[in-house]
Design a protein around this ligand. Structure first.
Ligand code: UGA
Length: 442
């Protein structure tokens, strides 16, 4: 039942400090905890991993996230941010506990709620009277009820408050959000959670839990749809001799479309879009709707990985065996060290399966990182990786790659072929020194 549907602007500067427990100190939990401490709240972040907590207690941030180190240090020095092992320790004296634990993809595509349930069960006995539990993890519609059942605490209200944080700009996204979404059947609990964000100037949307949970999935699925759409149009551009960059500017100038989030690439990936789009298809199925549009979006994305592979095949004249491919970039996008569901890793695996030798460089990745394919040779520099290569393949849009001299690479490589799956490099500069350049949609 919808209790309140309300849109309003908050821009207050004086906020009431609330005692907050963050359960799960990954990307979302750590950013949320550090930012809430920055807004003046007293935050205790908990994790089951003692090593991670020890690092955080000594000011070492285990992830790459712009501005996060500064916020963590600020919060700790001000005495507003601390780290503990175990959820019970954090939850026992909080007003509000945020569940920020992972919801990995289950076998049937649905989100696996076991960590969420487990966390709720762990803290149930120690939560103070009338505390609030907030679901920040991306959870299927109906999960608020799942948490309520796990807690078995009628005095504790459960609120959905999905995150819209992009890796690499998560701090900025938290502190300057397009909106805050709060879903609850209890008006007082919803208002209390909304008031945590009083220091921010933004629109707060207060709705029922199912709508809040649906907003999160629908937003990610729509963004993935935009990307598959632009990659599909890029394929058409290649066929008809149009330039996708100009097409995007022309399309995006229509305010109803907008230019944001329309950069063509090697396909979309990361820890959210692939998992969340499959979960939404499953949610739809359970609600007796076959989400064919979203299934098509995933198919187009898979085709995009293959289109990049085929560009490399074309660059080596059709025979990939024993050809050496130098790859720039392994992470699923620039600004993060995350390899989860990275298009780059998927494309490399397909090239290895075709018998190519692949050597790669990424500024944030070393051989020991989980997710790096065993047969992949990693280099220490973007220039070294090109030595003896037949093709240079750009898969992540790291800014540094833009400034590497084509003249230098012309001397290190064996062939003069470039496949730029991010349209990152200046085509003319590379063609001038004899390279054959293939981008996406141009
Ligand atoms: C995404 C959403 O953007 C966040 O709003 C959301 O909160 C988050 O998932 C989540 O659910 O936790 P993120 O996974 O960090 O954030 O990555 P994005 O920046 O959205 O990029 C996703 C993929 O799309 C990447 O592979 C990226 O390279 C690709 N992309 C993005 C493009 O190919 N072109 C673009 O124009 C934008």
């Amino acid at each position: 039942m919808v209790l309140v549907r309300h849109h309003y602007q908050l821009s207050g500067s004086s906020i009431l400090s609330t005692a907050i427990a963050i359960i799960g100190t990954g990307y979302v939990g750590l950013t949320t905890g550090a930012c809430l401490a920055h807004l003046g709240h007293k935050v205790v972040c908990a994790d089951i991993d003692p090593e991670k907590i020890a690092k955080l207690q000594s000011g070492v941030i285990p992830i790459i996230e712009l501005g996060l180190t500064e916020l963590v240090n600020e919060g700790m020095s001000a005495g507003r941010l601390s780290f503990v092992v175990g959820s019970v320790e954090a939850a026992k004296s909080c007003d509000i506990a945020f569940l920020c634990v992972p919801t990995p993809q289950g076998e049937d595509g649905s989100a696996d709620l076991s960590y969420v349930q487990q966390a709720a069960e762990e803290i149930a006995a120690v939560l103070p009277f009338e505390a609030i539990v907030v679901n920040k993890s991306t959870v299927p519609v109906g999960s608020t009820k799942v948490v309520e059942r796990a807690l078995k605490r009628p005095d504790v209200k459960v609120v959905s408050n999905p995150e819209f944080l992009r890796e690499g700009s998560a701090v900025q996204d938290f502190l300057k959000p397009d909106r805050v979404v709060v879903g609850s059947d209890d008006q007082a609990a919803a208002m209390k959670v909304a008031s945590l964000y009083d220091g921010l100037s933004t629109r707060v949307i207060i709705t029922d839990p199912a709508s809040a949970e649906t907003i999160k999935y629908a937003a990610n699925a729509f963004l993935a749809t935009k990307l598959s759409f632009v990659n599909a149009v890029a394929a058409i551009c290649e066929g008809v001799g149009a330039d996708i960059n100009d097409v995007v500017v022309g399309m995006g100038s229509d305010k109803r479309i907008g230019e944001n989030f329309l950069r063509p690439g090697p396909g979309w990936g990361g820890s959210c879009f692939p998992k969340d789009s499959r979960a939404l298809i499953k949610i739809a199925e359970d609600a007796n709707y076959s989400f064919d549009l979203l299934k098509g979006v995933i198919t187009v994305n898979d085709q995009q990985f293959e289109r990049v592979v085929q560009k490399v095949v074309q660059a080596v004249g059709g025979e990939t065996t024993e050809k050496t491919i130098a790859v720039w970039g392994l992470t699923f996008k620039a600004g993060t060290d995350d390899l989860r569901d990275s298009p780059s890793i998927e494309i490399i695996k397909r090239l290895l399966a075709l018998g190519s030798k692949v050597q790669a460089f990424d500024p944030t990745v070393t051989n020991s990182k989980p997710g790096v394919p065993e047969q992949l040779n990693l280099s220490l520099s973007p220039i070294e990786v090109t030595v003896g290569a037949d093709v240079l393949l750009v898969l992540t849009e790291w800014d540094d790659f833009k400034w590497i001299s084509p003249t230098t690479i012309a001397t290190t490589m064996n062939g003069k072929q470039i496949v730029d799956a991010r349209n990152l490099l200046n085509r003319k500069d590379w063609e001038q020194v004899g390279f054959t350049y293939q981008g996406i949609g141009r």
